[in-house]
Write a protein of this length. Structure first.
Length: 58
């Protein structure tokens, strides 16, 4: 059974990962683009959005 210390360490590792890779900002930008563009196919839009980000090297 995981202790509070183990859970806290796991949470800290998750937070560090999110911060290191700028995930929170990437997802925020993604959601903004999604609601601004209102595509008929949101999944295809998201796939293309992330493909563009990856090509730019963000």
């Amino acid at each position: 059974m995981a202790t509070n210390t183990d859970e806290e360490q796991s949470l800290k590792e998750c937070e560090a990962y999110v911060q290191k890779h700028n995930i929170q900002q990437l997802l925020k930008d993604c959601i903004v683009q999604l609601v601004v563009n209102k595509p008929d196919n949101p999944l295809a839009f998201l796939r293309e959005h992330f493909d563009r980000i990856e090509k730019v090297g963000a």
